[in-house]
Design a protein. Sequence first.
Length: 579
Amino acid sequence: MFLSLRAETEDAVSAALSALSLPTTDLSIEEPPEGVDAILASSIAFRLASEAGNAPGEVAADLANAIDVEGYTFLASASAQGPYVNFHASEDYYEETLETARNESYGRLEPTGREIVVEHTSANPTGPVHVGRARNPIIGDSIARLLDFAGNEVDRHYYVNDAGRQMAVFTWAYETFEESELPEPAREKADYDLVRYYRKGNRFLEEGSEREIEEAETEIRSIMQGLEAGDEKAYERVGHVVDTVLEGMCESLSRLPAEFDEFVKETRFIRDGDTEELVERLKALDNAVYEEDAWQLALPEFEKNLVFLRSDGTSLYTTRDLAHHEWKFASYDHAVTVLGEDHKLQATQLAAALDALGNDIEQLDSVFYSYVNLPEGKMSTRAGTGIDLDDLLDEAVSRAREEVEDRMDDRIRDDDLTESDIERIARQVGIGAVRYDIVSKQPSKAITFEWDRALNFEAQSAPYIQYVHARTCGILEGAERSPNDVDPALLESEEERNLIEVIARFPAVIESAAEDRQPHQVATYTREFAETFNAFYRECQVLSEDEALTDARLALVAASKHTIANALSVLGIEAPESM
RNA sequence: GGGCACGUAGCUCAGUCCGGAAAGAGCGUCGGACUUCUAAUCCGACGGUCGUGGGUUCAAAUCCCAUCGUGCCCGCCA
């Protein structure tokens, strides 16, 4: 409704300006600050003051007078307040919002017909997922959900770097060392099991004798060259390690939850000849140069050339990634990639190279986030420093469980929570809290991990939002009926009006967040929504003797439930029926 | 050295792209509210040179320049 109101307002302002013979290029439509009784406002009078030869206040008054709301459904009136022109919504606006939001899928936008691939996580399968990288699956999964809800066809991809040195090292280590020389795994899980070989191998390469290291390096090199040459045996050896570790990692990621439609292996683009073909096309470019036995691409905006073929004739990660991206461009209308900020330069070089190859790089969007660090420094899979995602989630659930149990004891309520309810709530709340903590912040901000902060269950957290959902469910359940004839005009208190206004904005929030690929906008919205709902809850008793009023308020609660449930779903956070 | 991000209340953050109404939340501190549809809630108080200095503008947290601090990057690694 908000989007329609905005369109009507723009239209009306435009028409009024034309009637006054004023320019209509910039309408300066904005949302007024809190406390102003209007849905939309315009500050255009400032800009037109000199042109009109009049004070802003006068211009605003003239403009408000010139606005003709005849023929609009949602725009009711315009009024000048100082230099601002405020716009008010009609009864239809409130009625339509209430009616539309009674649909369970409220907020979902019309299908765009666009197919979008969201690539996220894509961590090298070297071991258990740690918290340092946990931002990637959470942001990525939320973006995917957001774009889906905004009407796009979305596929989620995990790009598996199975062709690089790291996996060759891993494979060599896995085949070389005996289990008896390794410590006990931290968990009985494939990724925890195998990472021990990886760590052992890396230590060996740092501390071993020169001869031992040389031997190992020969083996590692032969694995890498085997992959490049298309040697089936090499694929099998590496593939076994990659698939095993990846399966373990995905089990952890699914707890967030983060699921994938496809795991795209890097080696695929070697095996199908795409990389080779791409190299030939790169060589043919005007700015391709052959220097120091290696093929490079001269990219004027960058300090250094981009090497795309090593002197030994093998391809580089970036070369394969170019082929990978051309494949994505061919299969989808748009590609979004979630990357750590350390990949920024590489990503811009990639885009420049794709551009040079004649691709439309408007198809590509990269979202960068900064790593989560520990107070004592970085987390590393290789070194084994860091907090495993599983440990964080376990701790979150166990702390949430304590909360549930505490509250059962000292709360005045006749709950009959079963053991399985407690378990469910603990899981929903605990994991939701972790997820919300991450998805509610701008990805570019640095985060230092601290247990107590990540596991805060109070206001401005997932449980705060989830609680609102549980409240709506509680009320609807208590009603024991669903209203049929609803008279929206009965919802006339300030709190009811405010709530409807916030609900009305939801689709616009989805549109804007999807456009900007910023799920945190939705998180900010859930907070505003929860505050507004709580004010309504405080002031308006829903279930009462007055049947007509009860019905109207029940409709509003149902609309609220759909709004908050869908917002949470976009964020990938569960909406508990009770808690 | 160069490039890119970040810097808003004691702490954690919205707001910055697209300049507009007295800078918003939460945590913490202090004081209040459960015979009521769930108190993981609500109400109130206290708390701000929007890193700093210039500039543009009728108007700057927001745009421009400079500067300081922090992080990331500048491989024939991924």
